[in-house]
Every structure is written in structure tokens, then in C-alpha cells.
Design a protein around this ligand. Structure first.
Ligand code: ATP
Ligand code: MG
Length: 394
């Protein structure tokens, strides 16, 4: 694991890989030198280093893609594509899906994106950025039927890891006990083409995988009204929103979310205002503006929205400031639940490698698993608040 910055030990057949990727060898060499394509972190015994990840998109290959060799031939796990957002549902649906008659609606679950595939007989889980996440890998091995990967060694399962034992986006709203993997896409390892929606759902069901909820297919003329109803209901139970898809998966999907989910994100982000507040704030305020106009809100409804939005911004911030002023550092408290104690060690190493400042609690046995509480430190917010409390100027 410590040979990390040294690519010398990892052999990549540059000419072969360049040919497979349809790039000139000199370009690939440059990308490797600049570490735009680089070996994964080590894992145990550097086993993952031969899985080269794309830190940025290159030609038409998405960021987060992973290149490796299997039985002498190259394989490429494509990065999960970005999903564009509808701001005004009605116009966006008409404009984006103008070539088709019906759209399919699935729930957008709020967790983290994971791609799972078989590599050399083992299930491996990749984060959005193409890193092997040891926690997700352990969970995937335990949650998913191995036979799928024996039957379809060249498929990649894309899904959301959701639930409370989640080190990135913990959520209690789904009634999940620990963490589950919800399939929302099945793609080919190579060209990355997705399965058609109903075929994917059927295949996932055959292997007993959990899946994101399917709300139905709607004609383009009814879709905006139907989706608005769905989103209002999802908001009431603090779920995130929907992803609207071409059933054939030829046109790219688009997403649309509930106000309550925007506000929940803001409450979390503004607690750590100087670490992540900025990244969250503007886009979410703008979403609220568009939704309010599209929903043709009355003065009373608008006032309610203003209050909710303002509270989700200011309240968590004031709480953080008070807490730091009174001498307690703030932290993002998350937890993981593992079967193998070695996963704890690996996950610690992994976070270190990512530069995340995290303090791990003692593993607590629960059943045949271990629960580990993790305090992710948000240095910048703590430091900034402390210095303001001492009277320093912004
Ligand atoms: P993006 O770059 O895709 O916009 P983001 O990090 O901004 O990603 P989100 O706003 O959470 O992410 O929206 C996209 C993500 O939603 C996907 O990457 C996927 O992880 C998640 N997702 C949850 N449910 C679904 C679903 N049913 N279909 C597709 N993606 C889903
Ligand atoms: Mg998300």
C-alpha cells in the first residue's frame, strides 16, 4: 500500500492499451505521466493497483472509468454518466424526450453511487471516481448473488448504496436496517451500453437484487403532472426524488428532486459551512425558485417555502457556531457495519489515502458483525469558527 506514488511496479502494456482505447500511444503515455490515468490505491497486497482509473474524462471515456487486463485482453468499466437535472419539469420533459412517446419513472434514492463487477473471480465495488471502496466491496460481496457474475462476467451492476450504516450519505428514511444496494442500471463492461429498463429490472429480479422503485410509464403529455404528484408524495416522507428515463435507455435520463431533499442537503452542508456549504448553496436555492414558480404557489405556500429554505440554511449554522464557541469541535458522525474486522483497517487506510480526516471508534459487536462509529472532522469549519470566536476578521 505504501508503494502508492510509484507506478514503476505496475506494468501497463501502453501500446496494447492505447490501441484498445483508440488513442495514440504517446497520448496515453502523457496521460499516465500526468496521472490523469493512474493505478488504483493498493488494497491488500497492492491487488487493486492494476485497475487503472481515469481521474478526468478522456476523449469520450467518462471520468471514473477503470481500465484493466483480463485474460490478456483489456477491459474498460465505463464511468457512470452524469445525469442532467430538470429545473422546470414540464418544459424539460417535452424538450429532452421529444423523440419518444412515453417515459419511465424510477425513484432517485439518496445514497452513494457504486459500480460492481467481477474482477478475476472476485466482486469489486467502485466509487463514482473509479476507486475501489473496501467497505462497499465487502458489502457487495455479502449482498449480491455471486452467480450473477458467473453467468454474466462482463456486466457491471450500477446502483445506490443506501441506508444508515453509510459513511457518505447516511439516511434513515428508507426503513433499511443497515445498508442495501439498489440496482438502477446494468451496463456492459466495454462499450458501456445500458440494458433497456424493463430487461434490466427483470434480470435484477431473477437474481434477487434490491432495485430502485419503479413508479410506472407515462405518456409524455401526462408525465409532468404525474411526476409532480409523485414528487410531492416522496417529499412528505423525506425521499429524494425521481429519475425519468427513456424505457429503451437510448435518450439519457434526467433527474428531478423534492424540496424537502434540497433542504435536508442544505441542513447538512451548512453545518459544515466552510467545508462544503458553498458547493451546495447556490444550486439548491435556484432549484427552489424554479419549483415555486412552476407549481404556481400562493403567497402562503411561497412563505412556507421561504421559511423552510431559510431555516435549513441558518439553523444548522448557528448550531455549529454555538457548539464550537462552547468548546466542542463539530464532526460529521457516520458509521459502517462490517463482517470482517480487516475491512475496518482497509477502510481506514482508504480514507487516509483520500485525505479524509476521520477518527474511528472501537468496533462494537452486533450479531456476527461489527459496528464502527466514524467521526469525520471538518477542519475548515472548526478552524474558521474558532478564529471568528477569538475575534479574528473574515
Ligand atoms: P451526477 O453527476 O450524475 O449529476 P451527482 O453526484 O450530482 O451526480 P445526484 O444529484 O445524486 O448526483 O444524481 C445522480 C445520481 O443519482 C446517480 O449518480 C446515482 O448514483 C443516483 N441515483 C439514485 N437513484 C437512481 C436511479 N433510479 N437511476 C439513476 N441514478 C440514480
Ligand atoms: Mg446522490
Amino acid at each position: 500500500m505504501n508503494a502508492e506514488n510509484d507506478t514503476a511496479d505496475i506494468e501497463l502494456d501502453i501500446d496494447g492499451a492505447a490501441e484498445y482505447l483508440n488513442l495514440p500511444s504517446s497520448k496515453l503515455k502523457g496521460l499516465l505521466d500526468r496521472r490523469i490515468i493512474s493505478p488504483n490505491w493498493g488494497g491488500i497486497d497492492n491487488e487493486y493497483r492494476r485497475l487503472f482509473r481515469f481521474d478526468k474524462s478522456v476523449s469520450n471515456i467518462e471520468q471514473g472509468s477503470v481500465l484493466y487486463k483480463k485474460d490478456r485482453s483489456f477491459k474498460l468499466i465505463r464511468g457512470f454518466p452524469k445525469i442532467q437535472r430538470a429545473m422546470l419539469l414540464g418544459p424539460a420533459l417535452k424538450n429532452h424526450f421529444s423523440d419518444i412517446n412515453t417515459v419511465a419513472v424510477e425513484e432517485k434514492m439518496n445514497g452513494y453511487n457504486v459500480r460492481v463487477t467481477d474482477i478475476g473471480g472476485n466482486i469489486v465495488a467502485f466509487t463514482r471516481g473509479g476507486l475501489v471502496c473496501p467497505y462497499s466491496t465487502e458489502r457487495a460481496r455479502y449482498l449480491l448473488d455471486r452467480d450473477f457474475f458467473k453467468d454474466y462476467p462482463d456486466l457491471v451492476l450500477c446502483g445506490e448504496m443506501a441506508g444508515p450504516d453509510n459513511p457518505y450519505v447516511p439516511k434513515d428514511v428508507y426503513g433499511i436496517d443497515s445498508l442495501d444496494f439498489f440496482v438502477f442500471d446494468i451496463r456492459d463492461n466495454g462499450h458501456g451500453m445500458p440494458y433497456m429498463l424493463h430487461e434490466r429490472r427483470k434480470l435484477a429480479q431473477e437474481y434477487g437484487f434490491s432495485q430502485v422503485k419503479f413508479f410506472g410509464e407515462f405518456s409524455l403529455s401526462d408525465a409532468a403532472d404525474e411526476i409532480t404528484k409523485i414528487v410531492r408524495e416522496l417529499g412528505k416522507v423525506q425521499h429524494e426524488g425521481v429519475v425519468i428515463k427513456d424505457p429503451k435507455m437510448i435518450i439519457s435520463p434526467i433527474k428531478y428532486t423534492c424540496s424537502q431533499s434540497n433542504c435536508a442537503d442544505l441542513r447538512h452542508a451548512l453545518k459544515f459551512y466552510n467545508d462544503i456549504g458553498r458547493d451546495y448553496l447556490f444550486s439548491r436555492v435556484v432549484r427552489e425558485g424554479f419549483q415555486s414558480v412552476e407549481w404556481n404557489e400562493s403567497e402562503a405556500e411561497l412563505q412556507k417555502r421561504c421559511l423552510q429554505l431559510g431555516e435549513s440554511i441558518l439553523r444548522p449554522m448557528t448550531e455549529s457556531i454555538k457548539q464550537v464557541r462552547d468548546g466542542t469541535r463539530i464532526a460529521d458522525n457516520v458509521q459502517i457495519r462490517v463482517k470482517d474486522p480487516n475491512t475496518i483497517y482497509l477502510y481506514k487506510e482508504y480514507l487516509k489515502r483520500l485525505g479524509v480526516d476521520a477518527v474511528f471508534g472501537e468496533p462494537e459487536p452486533i450479531g456476527n458483525e461489527y459496528l464502527v462509529k466514524i467521526k469525520k472532522q471538518n477542519q475548515s469549519t472548526n478552524d474558521k469558527t474558532e478564529s471568528m470566536c477569538k475575534g479574528e476578521l473574515w
